[in-house]
Design a protein around this ligand. Sequence first.
Ligand code: HEC
Ligand code: HEC
Length: 325
Amino acid sequence: MSDFVNGFWGIFISVVAVGGVVWCLWLLYTQRRWLSTKPASGQVEDTGHVWDGDLTELNNPVPTWWTWMYLLACVFALGYLFFMPGLGSYKGQLGYSSTEEVARHQAKMAEAVRPIYARFETMTVPQVAGDPSAREMGQRLFLNTCAQCHGSDAKGGPSFPNLTDGDWLYGGSPEVIMETITKGRHGVMPPWKAAIDAKTAGDIAQYVRSLSGLTSDDIRVFRGKREFANFCVACHGVDGKGNQLLGAPNLTDDVWLYGSSEASIVKTILDGRDNRMPAHEHILSPEQIKILTAWVWGLSNKPEAAAQAAATTAGNPPAVSTAAK
Ligand code: HEC
Ligand code: HEC
């Protein structure tokens, strides 16, 4: 397989690779010719460098074994370039591909770990969440692939949602969590700088704070409420409780992605926010995603109790999170 953007680079690499070997051979040839023109006196020529009065540097011809080694190295290089893919887009006579080798190794690994995951295949997510060994695996997977953003305790931080509080941007059912991990998420709050001035944004921020029962200025809340109805309800809802289909947060629960200060809310309104959770479908296998889904779901649900409930209604995983909203 060739990753070159155009044919030029393939040719460039070939010329450099073959040219390098040819240059080595040329060097050997010219140097030997020069050495064989040394005086016939039998005396070894010296370079004219003398140290400490009597230490001279001789100019002996290179030993025969060295010459052979040098030649063999050149032959090996040419042979390698003939059999292996080393010349631009040329695939080599043996057709070796490191991509295929990696794929072979990965398939072997997947085969080796299949029995470990097989047990969870027929289980529902709440049942997996109730399994102690699945929880251990889930935690390890989380620490490896998710903790750098969501924190090792999964409690998140500014712009990274807390996954333990039962409050969800997109929803906390096993299906939605699985979709979040598999496909990723892109939360976009549009900037309002063009339509809203800083003072009005401050009033709206006061109203948003009042929705969570935080201290606020009544007169500004009154003005802000009117503007909120104009600009914000389309996504955050008339009651400010958000919309999980859009990832628009509930603004009434005092849970904040960016902080509850007036300055932070004003910044969100004026500049907007653009937040991304990367897709993991190419990083994790479906089995690993299921175990992670169960682990994350278990952070804000009671897995054991749910596992029993799910066992009695086998095949019908509960679709509603127990999160108090
Ligand atoms: C590069 C950083 C990053 C990594 C790695 C990452 N996430 Fe996220 N995750 C985010 C961001 C940012 C959001 C919020 C997206 C938004 O605001 O739209 C998010 C959102 C989520 C949500 C939705 C939360 C809600 O309230 O609906 C879940 C669930 C989640 N992540 C789980 C995971 C899991 C499990 C992993 C590991 C496989 C993971 N994340 C890895 C950054 C990350
Ligand atoms: C087009 C839909 C949309 C509109 C309109 C909109 N928002 Fe948002 N808003 C979002 C989304 C989506 C997010 C989440 C961004 C993220 O994931 O980082 C968000 C985030 C926020 C946050 C951050 C909440 C937190 O937890 O820190 C605040 C505050 C906010 N919006 C207030 C407003 C206000 C006030 C208005 C009206 C001026 C408004 N939004 C209009 C979609 C919208």
